[in-house]
Design a protein around this ligand. Sequence first.
Ligand SMILES: Cc1cc2nc3c(=O)[nH]c(=O)nc-3n(C[C@H](O)[C@H](O)[C@H](O)COP(=O)(O)O)c2cc1C
Length: 334
Amino acid sequence: MDATAPTTAATPTAFDPKEFRRALGMFATGVTIVTTTAPDGAPIGVTANSFNSVSLDPPMVLWSLANNARSLEAFSESTHWNVHILSNEQEALSNRFARAGEDKFNGLAMDTQPSGAPLLPGCSARFQCKTAFKYEGGDHTIFVGEVVQYDSCAVPPLVYVTGGYALAARKAAPVSTEPLAQLDGAVYSENLLGYLFGRAHFQFLHGIRGTLQAKQLSDTDFFVLSLLSVRQPLAVPEIAAHIAYTGIDSSAASLQSLVQRGLLEQEAGGLRLSAAGTDAILHVLAAAKSVEADLVDRMGEMESAALRNLLKQAILATDPGLPKLWQAPAPRDA
Ligand SMILES: Cc1cc2nc3c(=O)[nH]c(=O)nc-3n(C[C@H](O)[C@H](O)[C@H](O)COP(=O)(O)O)c2cc1C
């Protein structure tokens, strides 16, 4: 058979390339950067999700590179290459190595590389490989490598699925979809998001209730003090605008009680934490950090990263238009 014949000639139907890609995208993968060194010594790297394990003994892996990739020649001529399994914090690096022609290694810190191929730090795992086989694979070249060295670290990996980056989370024990309650024909199950949000919120807060009580802080006090620990001073209407979504009383009178108890101080720009207020909220935040550490410990780093991501999405999707708390404030009018 003519090795250069287009592969489509052998396919039973003419695939729509977009649809074919979409179908392939249903297969969730990790994301890797594969690096090598060009004959002139230049570092070479490319983002690839075609990576897969091949053999345990001998240890072998594979990946495939498009025949029109600029890096093809370097990989074809090199005897060693390194596969980096990217962590969930290396999305920008993935994008950088997916752009052709850029000086991909510019400003990047590198670990020392005994094989000669660049070794990037901060990854979930790395495999240093020696080329074992090369195969033609349609419009790609398949590289099979023998793993000569590897290391891994408990940083959650980055995932790629349906054409976008994702985070992995292990599935919890199956959540019942059986209706738990039926009221006038309306059916509620354990999967009701409102129930899950509410219960998770209160169970989390339960862990800091003791500290709130010891510091004689109500929920209102807690919200106001923690708001000012992020940004201060804030005028009364600004505080109200920030915490109105909680439905708690943020009237001037309730804020005044925090001033009277010596937790807040009034200054020209608005209210700010006093030394006692700072001390109180630091204790509560320390308790919250400890509850969080316990939660992350029980759930795992990977699930915690996925949970943070999903909570941010839910907050964005339900945002009533709150002032941005975590961004630098707009300059005040003179
Ligand atoms: C998540 C992701 C996975 C990719 N996987 C591959 C792959 O497995 N093989 C490939 O040839 N290109 C893949 N690419 C595209 C290459 O990274 C891209 O074409 C890159 O520009 C090639 O670099 P080069 O032209 O400098 O060789 C992927 C891109 C992304 C964003």
